[in-house]
Design a protein around this ligand. Structure first.
Ligand code: BG6
Length: 491
């Protein structure tokens, strides 16, 4: 039986309450946790946005979103009616009249935990924080949640962190990276630090290299404006891929306390070897998709989807990263992410070194690999060499020890936002990024962006529906390595 950690009644105010994130993720996440009996009935969820909308209209909008995100056999009008009693709406123009803020303030109980969730453009974060202060809505029991992206480079991230920090203490600030809320990502820590098996092997002594891939088959999905100003490096590497890298490479924290974990993660980020002018050409590949085929269907090019043929924004990036510390010196960590690739998959591949003295011919069986699939079919596979039974000589085969989640747990997979929202309500910061983490990640990423600006090398292209540009395969080939190829069917 799952054991739920209780949550005290809370007030949640969602800025950008009618927006895409609120409708697709936040409201359904809250509804699911309500169905799991985790949200006390006297909690309040207040949406706020510029739209003039009544409470009933907001509830209707929320119902449509929650219903479409809920399995048919789980939906119940009765449950919905109870949940809807917690919902409210308050129209608000941030720079607008004082009465808007007064109205919002009147809907919040300041004698309990108050969560402000900023699901708005980051350019509004500092303004909202100062407006909250001016409206006398900031108290010790307040927490503020910031969605990514926190800035578009180190300078803008510092400006946001400084501005928000003028109103809230660091312990009140929850910077979201939704990958940290995914079940399989949390399992990375358990796998590493709860099994005796791996620690002795987890270093340059036994690991040849590591690959982290987050590939998507989706394209712009209506986010052209944001994405074109960002690109794959800022949108995915600066946050999700570097957070995965931290969890894979960090030293064991002293405890699961937020600051113990975050202190170990920041050490990894600070030990990343800078990739700048000289090394950017050799250690990075950036590319944009051109037209191709996805699941047999013609797919447009990025420029066509965008409706602007002058954009040079990268939709794919591959990087050879290195961590300059005792544990990882000389072990490359290859990162790869892209849109409109052949399949949606996020996985970490840890490739072990060959045995010191090989008495068999293992040329056909490949190396030992630990493949941790984060999505879509969560699982852990450890490839082992065995003797193929039967006559016909000594044949060695590589077979996986397979820990597929679906076969072992009959659970509904909670969306990452469910856990993250509940952790904010509980006041647990361990799944959120500390200021110094965000800034260290930008420092490394800014070096690459500057290197690209100075480089004379043109961005590459790849066909939509492929595994990225040839240059990315060549980057591996130069090191006598290859990207891991998934053999499981697409799901
Ligand atoms: C977001 C990016 O942070 O993560 C999107 O902005 C990307 O571009 C998304 O599609 C991927 O998240 P997930 O959970 O679908 O892997």
């Amino acid at each position: 039986m799952a054991e739920f950690i209780p949550v005290d009644p809370f007030n949640l105010v969602i800025f950008g309450g009618t927006g895409d994130l609120s409708r697709r993720k936040l409201l359904p996440a809250l509804f699911h946790r309500f169905l799991d009996d985790q949200i006390p009935l006297n909690s309040k969820i207040v949406g706020t946005a510029r739209s003039e909308m009544t409470r009933d209209e907001f509830i209707e909008m929320a119902k449509t979103s929650c219903k479409s995100a809920t399995a048919k056999d789980t939906w119940s009008e009765e449950h919905w009616a109870t949940f809807a009693k917690m919902l409210d709406y308050s129209p608000l123009d941030i720079a607008g009249p004082e009465k808007h803020w007064k109205e919002l303030s009147s809907k919040v109980d300041f004698d309990r935990t108050v969560i402000y969730y900023l699901a708005t453009s980051p350019s509004l974060y500092v303004k909202i924080c100062h407006a909250l202060k001016a409206a006398d809505m900031v108290c010790d029991a307040c927490r503020i949640v910031l969605e990514k992206p926190i800035g578009k480079d180190l300078a803008s991230a510092c400006a946001i962190n400084d501005g928000v920090g003028e109103v809230f203490d660091e312990e009140q600030i929850y910077r979201i990276d939704h990958y940290l809320g995914k079940e399989a990502v949390q399992n990375l820590m358990v796998l590493r630090f709860s099994n005796t098996l791996f620690e002795a092997l987890w270093s340059r002594n036994h690991i040849d290299h590591i690959q982290i891939t987050v590939s998507e088959d989706l394209g712009l999905e209506g986010r052209a404006g944001y994405y074109d100003g960002s690109g794959a490096l800022r949108d995915m590497v600066q946050n999700h891929l570097l957070q995965l890298l931290c969890l894979i490479a960090m030293e064991p924290p002293n405890s699961i306390h937020a600051d113990d974990i975050r202190t170990e993660k920041i050490k990894v980020l600070r030990a990343l070897k800078p990739i700048t002018g000289d090394t950017v050409k050799r250690n990075t590949v950036r590319a944009q998709y051109v037209e191709g085929l996805i699941n047999g269907q013609p797919a447009k090019s990025y420029l066509e989807e965008l409706g602007d043929d002058s954009s040079e924004t990268e939709t794919f990036v591959a990087i050879k990263a290195e961590i300059d510390n005792w544990r990882w010196a000389g072990v490359p960590i290859y990162l790869r992410t892209g849109k409109r690739m052949s399949r949606r998959v996020s996985e970490v591949v840890v490739q072990f070194k060959p045995v010191a003295h090989n008495i068999f011919d293992i040329s056909l069986s490949g190396p030992n690999q630990l493949v941790i699939t984060l999505q879509p079919d969560e699982g852990v596979r450890l490839s082992m060499h065995i003797k193929e039974p039967g006559p016909g000589g000594l044949r060695i085969k590589s077979l996986p020890l397979n820990l597929a989640y679906a076969e072992n747990f009959m659970l509904r997979y909670p969306d990452a936002y469910e856990r993250l929202l509940m952790e904010v309500a509980r006041g647990n910061l361990s799944l959120f990024m500390r200021r110094d983490e965000v800034e260290a990640a930008w420092t490394w990423v800014d070096g690459i962006i500057d290197g690209w600006k100075q480089s004379d090398e043109a961005s590459q292209t790849y066909a939509a529906g492929s595994d990225g540009p040839i240059a990315s395969a060549m980057m591996m080939d130069r090191d006598d390595r290859a990207w891991h190829v998934r053999t499981t069917p697409k799901s």
